[in-house]
Design a binder for this molecule. Sequence first.
Ligand SMILES: [Zn+2]
Length: 55
Amino acid sequence: MSGHSVPFHCPYCGDEDLRPHEDGHGAWECRSCLRAFRLKFLGLLAPPTIGQVQR
Ligand SMILES: [Zn+2]
């Protein structure tokens, strides 16, 4: 893999038999339920500022 996020489970049937879809980046297809879907990166989360974790 080259840094793209890889889904571990199909969001529809939960199967792990996923492979990249021909449609392009972030597109995956599930070989179990034969669905194609796209993952979209929405952005970074702000780091927690609650202050309860101190190391
Ligand atoms: Zn599936």
